[in-house]
Every structure is written in C-alpha cells, then in structure tokens.
Design a protein around this ligand. Structure first.
Ligand code: MTE
Length: 326
C-alpha cells in the first residue's frame, strides 16, 4: 500500500520554519556564550522537559549500502534538524540520564555480531541479521519525530518498513500485538545499573500499528549507520506516537495475544499510556502538549499536530477508542 503525502494538516507556512542561516547563527551564539556543551541535568526519574541543547560533534559511523529516498516521504514540511543536534541531544537512559550522556557514553557501543530474535506466537522462531533485514527493501524517509517532552526534530531515517519483516514470519492468527525488547548489558550500559528502572527497555505495538506503512525498522540516519547514541544497530520508529514508543538497540520481537507492558508505563504508570499517540489536546500530567519546540530553536511555539500530522495514514486504527486513552 503506498501513501501519497499531499499538503495535510501538519503543513506549516514557510514563515513558521527557521531558515538555516538563523539556525547556524544560533549555534555560533551558543558557542560564543560558552553554552555549547552545557546541559541541564535530567530529572533522574521520569522524562522531563529540558530547554537547552548541546552543539558538540559526534563521530561518524561506517557507511551504508546504496539507498534511495522514498519520494512519498521526501518532504516532511519542516527544515531537517541538523545532524549534530539529532545525534548529540538524546534520550537513551541505558547510557545516562542527561541529553548529552548518550553521545559520550555510547561512543563505540556495538551489538556485533547482531541478530534480531523473533519468537512468541509464530510457527517457527527466526533470527535476522542486518543484511537479511536490509535486503527486504532499504530506503530513506524523512519523518517528523515528536518527543513526549515537547521537543521535536525532522530526521532522514534509513530502514525497512517493519511490515516487510513481519511478512517473512509465520505469525499465528491469534497474535494481536508485538513486544520489543532492547539489549541488556549493564557492563556496557551504565544506566542499566540504576535499579529504579525495569531493564531492559521494552515496548509494544498492536499488530496493525506494527504493520502500518509508516512503521520502520531503522538501521541508519543521515546516510550513515546508526551511531551508538541513536540506537545502534536497529531501532523502531513510529512517527505518529511519542518518541518513547520507538525502542532503540532492539534485540527481540515477540508476537503475543496480550497487550504488552512498556518500560515507561511500568516506571510511571500515571504518565505513559500504551497508545501514546501524539495529541495536542491530551496534556501530559505535568505539561501541555499543545505546542512543541523544534530542536535547534529556543521557543516552544510550534503547534503540535494530532498524530504528529500523520492522521491520514493512521487515524482509522483508533476509531471508537476514547482520545484520552491515546
Ligand atoms: N530506547 C531505549 N532502549 N532506551 C531509551 O531510553 N528513549 C526513548 C526512545 N527509545 C529510549 C529508547 C525516548 S524517551 C525517545 S524521545 C527516543 O528514544 C529518543 O531518540 P533520540 O535520542 O534518537 O532522539
């Protein structure tokens, strides 16, 4: 099924976008002020709303096989976030709780030799390496990405529609959900030594959400393999949901007939629900979701779009479900 992106509800007029020159000037200003590497500390417990970003550089990762940008997802209607921001302002609690920790602590992190294990309600358990996954149809897509903390970015992901991988698996008819599990290695990941969290990170999607054309198994970003801090070697991207619904460094996918638990729901049940669809009208208990801040800008002044602007492709999946459950 192909989706054509017309000018849907998320489209913002040019005046709302920050030109690259303004963006660059802000970086120069931050550097001059000595604020470049400064970060506010994380909350240490739940996800928080942080205001400052880092501008330090990240090490390049090995190149990828040839790919093409899917024309249906070439223009997200917003300026691309600068690579050095998207890869140095991260949430990856396994590697620390401040935004700058992952880029520092996950440098050189690798899960080689990598295999993605697929089990649960399947005819036969399977294992996929990266080559097998990428051979299913590797492409680039520019997506808007909205964190529950009310910042957002626009990123060129490289990957394979998750649906193509699921279609290779003999999923039993009673399977209704997919559960994802991230790696567990407290020796490499200092955050996993923090006993307040139920490691390893885990997430889940309804099967139709996992099969939606937008859901990607991502192995690259900005034309390169995912660096450690971005979730090497494979993460899930679900662009109409808050960012935490996309687990990084995933090693296992389990098909199940029961709604899986999730890392953030188990950690703070009152704040993070299973669906977690982006919705400007449903506030987080501690802050409004009506507006968002583009990474690289100062102000949280851009209107949040319902389903992050992807309603045309996904709204039908939630017919009859009360919006507050999202
Ligand atoms: N996956 C794992 N394994 N661990 C995490 O801490 N954080 C989530 C999500 N996936 C997280 C994770 C959250 S809260 C967000 S917003 C995104 O990853 C952040 O992705 P980014 O750092 O590439 O922007």
């Amino acid at each position: 099924m192909a989706y054509i992106l017309k000018r849907p509800e998320w489209y913002l007029p040019k005046s709302a976008a920050t030109p690259e020159s303004v963006y660059q000037n802000r970086r120069a200003f931050l550097k001059a002020m000595g604020l470049g590497g400064m970060m506010l500390a994380g909350t240490g417990a739940g996800l928080g709303c942080l205001a400052q970003e880092t501008v330090s550089e990240t090490k390049p990762t090995a190149g990828l096989a040839a790919f093409t940008r899917n024309p249906d997802f070439a223009d997200a209607g917003r300026p691309l976030t600068e690579e050095s921001l998207a890869t140095t302002y991260n949430n990856f609690y396994e590697f620390g709780f401040s935004k700058t920790d992952p880029a520092k602590n996950a440098q050189g992190f690798s899960l080689d030799p990598y295999t993605l294990k697929v089990d649960g309600l399947v005819g036969e358990e399977m294992e996929f390496d990266l080559d097998a996954i990428e051979a299913l149809g590797y492409e680039e897509r520019v997506y808007r990405f909205r964190c529950v903390e009310a910042w957002s970015m626009t990123v060129p992901w490289l990957g394979v529609p998750l649906r193509k991988l699921i279609e290779k698996v003999d999923v039993k008819p009673e399977a209704k959900y997919v559960a994802f599990k991230s790696f567990l290695d407290p020796e490499k990941a200092p955050g996993q030594r923090d006993g307040r969290y139920p490691w390893p990170y885990f997430e889940g999607l309804r099967l139709d959400e996992a099969m939606n054309e937008l859901t990607l198994a991502v192995t690259g970003i900005y034309g390169k393999r995912l660096p450690g801090q971005s979730g090497t070697p494979l993460r899930i991207i679900v662009p109409w949901k808050y960012g935490y619904k996309g687990p990084k460094s995933v090693v296992q996918m389990t098909f199940t007939d029961k709604q899986p638990g999730t890392f953030w729901n188990e950690s703070v049940p009152s704040e993070y629900k299973f669906f977690s669809n982006v919705d400007p009208q449903v506030s987080h208990p501690r802050w409004s979701q009506a507006l968002e801040r583009y990474l690289g800008e100062d102000k949280k002044d851009k209107p949040t779009q319902w389903y992050n602007g992807y309603g045309e492709q996904v709204a039908h999946m939630y017919d009859g479900i009360p919006r507050t459950l999202y």
